[in-house]
Design a protein around this ligand. Sequence first.
Ligand SMILES: [Zn+2]
Length: 544
Amino acid sequence: MELADLVISGATVETMTGRPTRADAVAVRGGRIVAVGERRDVEALAGPATRTIALGGETLLPGFQDAHVHPIHGGLSATQCALHDLDDARAYAKRIAAYAAAHPDREWISGSGWAMWAFPGGNPGRAALDAIVPDRPVVLASRDGHSAWVNSRALELAGITAATPDPVDGRIERDANGEPAGTLHEGAANLVEVLIPTPTAGDLDAALAEAQRHLHSLGITAWQDAWVRAAELAAYRRAVAEERLTMRVVAAQLWENGRGLEQIAGLLHERETPVAAPTDRFRADSVKFFVDGIIENGTALMTEPYLDGDSNPTTNLGIPMVPPNELRAAVSELDRLGFQCHFHAIGDGGIRLALDAIEGALAANGRTDGRHHIAHIELIHPADIRRFAAIGATANMQPLWAAHDDQMRDLRIPVLGPLRTAWQYPFGSLLRSGARLAGGSDWTVSSPNPLLEMEVAVTRVDTDARDSPPFLPDERLSLDAALAAFTIGSAYVNHLDQLTGTLEVGKAADMVVLDRNLRSPDAGPIGDARVVLTLAAGTEVFSG
Ligand SMILES: [Zn+2]
């Protein structure tokens, strides 16, 4: 009998296999799980050289997997002007002024993290920035990444004036005289962002290292990077070659709107580019489509027009970011080539386009193993719920948003109206319809802590106001369903379910230990639980 490298016993083991298993111990050898079961059987594998960890009933789970996250961006924003932890315009102004003063040699002041609810109509103005930084260009992405707040110098350098038309995939917010007001939505932000000096390879390497450290500390052992281009792919390959990558990574290559099907050759080239070491940690076989924008700035695609905030209909249906014909053709071709399609789709019209495209691929190619998934799924037309299971589309949910918070009250309910308000984040309905669920954070849009996300999936209550009533309580998930989404559910979309996602003999020892038993009656809110140990292929990558 070969002895184990590591035995953890006394745990409340959540195997996530879906089968009842009597287990309070797990043994690991050579990075793999070699036993899951009862303590007296598993402890027999412990020898003098075996590391043993004796727990007092704390939860032991498969490592969490984030199915939609922007880790390199998250790591980079830690070195830029970061506003994520602040909530009002005055605090932003102080932070921006302090950052500009501390970085006199930066030609551009760039950063991210302001919240739309901090400004009237969700649109900050350039005058507020001009008062703080008049001489250097400032560009600050919103927390959701769909809008940019810029000062006059940035507008001047980009040549944006009253005469500049809105680009096809975005909108320049304007004042009463038609002058650019200081907020640029969606593709309009690119007019300025292309001018910002790009991060160096060293910047990207540091950002990836920071993201990996941070997400391991939250129990995450695999992620799907929801937006990469050549520079980020190169950073991942360097990390593999230099044996710095302990996370399992699936990269979703960005589908660039406006470049058409010709870009598929480039996507294939990146997918097939070898990495310097044999690895099961990195693949670039997913493709990310932006089907639409977001509800809060009126760019998510709707089947019926938005309201104006006073319950009157408008003519605005949002913006289809990819022409529907191109989307259908691209998804069928990518599916045929063995790619996965990962959709950003938020409005009921956008989600319908994504479902139509997957359905088209199914009709053209039959059932492939693409495991296409639709992320965000904020507003699903009730007639489309059952289509997810029917065509095998996974619902990739970001549950932290499914609560009645300020953004919901001020920027969503008024423009949706009561009927559509009740169609939001229908996770329970999706599950009951037989759909697969995966979980993700969309960090840096919101917290990457999966325990907070799972709390809201279970409670539908804002974690900052835990005594408030649940939002659409029929759409709550059980703890089991929430845990499954963030483990085996996301492992499925990452094509990692044969190797990870459950605790079973033969699988990789990607595991997380919490500071409590989540099933205990006095466990407290799920989001208050802390990770105390994260293992990646049996190697300790975080302990706290
Ligand atoms: Zn995203």
